[in-house]
Design a protein around this ligand. Structure first.
Ligand code: MEV
Length: 289
């Protein structure tokens, strides 16, 4: 029996646009998902298409136990973290010897299958390798780690990534003349952010612009708007939706001395908030029993 863990993630820039080949920047964050796998001839059904697909892909049968510190369906990449940690644990428990690259690739294919074909490799890459990652099309690059002071606000409104991705696809199909320039502009914001990774004031402004464009794409939610505005009013450099939107989480980039104040202002809007920073480690082994 072995336990592996993988981190969650926040999109700093570029969610949704990344599905159309535009650049994005995402970061692994501290809450992790822990997955224990045990060989078993008569395993209990996992009741998760992600976990079932992990065993199918690896061609083995086993039992799985998940202990997640990451809220699910909230935009923090919990399905990718579960998939990556499950694949790594199966790999170890059954002595399969796949490399990290192969695990990242398999995890991406599983996400794509469960999300009906539309998914970027962002979540699975970040969960596998940790740190700060720049993604464009099929290419992924780890950036030097930055110590961003972040507060994540969870609206507690659950959403479905695949539904939100489908909604954007539909809007784009019906209004290409509006949506295509918006997706290009989000790409432009991400490229500009690449030049300002050590300038939180400018990064914050870019996050605010990115948030507005996500709202144009229809992935906003009144609860997200409330949290974003309250974080900005409490002194955040910038705040935006993170992940698929339509509920789920927002993220605020904060001056260090204001983190707790910003977290409290989010919680005052009947939401949950936590302070976080980069997790530079990706998927890792926790224990071997
Ligand atoms: C979901 O966390 C982010 C999206 O861009 C989808 C994806 O990248 O697969 C909406």
């Amino acid at each position: 029996m072995v336990t592996w863990s993988a981190p969650g993630k926040v999109f700093l820039f570029g969610e949704h646009a990344v599905v159309y080949g535009k650049p994005a920047i995402a970061m692994a964050i501290k809450p992790r998902v822990f997955v224990t796998v045990r060989k078993s001839r008569a395993p209990h059904p996992a009741k998760s298409p992600y976990i079932d697909s992990c065993f199918d892909e690896m061609g083995v049968k086993g039992s799985v136990y998940i202990n997640s510190q990451l809220p699910s369906s909230s935009g923090l990449g919990s399905s990718a973290a579960v998939t990556v940690a499950t694949l790594a644990a199966i790999n170890d428990e059954f002595g399969i010897n796949n490399s990290r690259e192969q695990i990242a690739e398999m995890a991406f294919n599983i996400e794509k299958k469960v999300q009906k074909g539309r998914a970027s490799p962002t979540d699975t890459t970040v969960s596998t390798y940790g740190g700060l990652v720049f993604i464009i099309g099929a290419s992924r690059r780890r950036l030097p780690p930055e110590s961003f002071q972040m507060v994540v606000g969870n609206t507690m409104v659950s959403h479905s990534t695949s539904k939100m991705v489908e909604m954007v696809a539909d809007l784009k199909k019906k209004n290409p003349e509006i949506c295509d320039p918006v997706l290009d502009a989000i790409g432009g914001i991400t490229m500009s952010a690449m030049h300002h990774l050590v300038d939180p004031v400018q990064l914050g402004r870019l996050m605010n612009m990115n948030h507005s464009l996500l709202e144009v794409l229809g992935v906003g939610h009144p609860a997200l708007s409330r949290l974003v505005l309250s974080a900005r009013t409490a002194g955040a450099y910038g705040a935006k939706i993170t992940g698929a939107g339509g509920g789920g989480c927002m993220v605020a980039l904060c001056p260090k001395h204001l983190k707790s104040r910003i977290a409290s202002s989010i919680e005052a809007c009947e939401a949950r908030a936590f302070v976080t920073n980069i997790d530079t480690e990706g998927v890792r082994k926790e224990k071997d029993v």
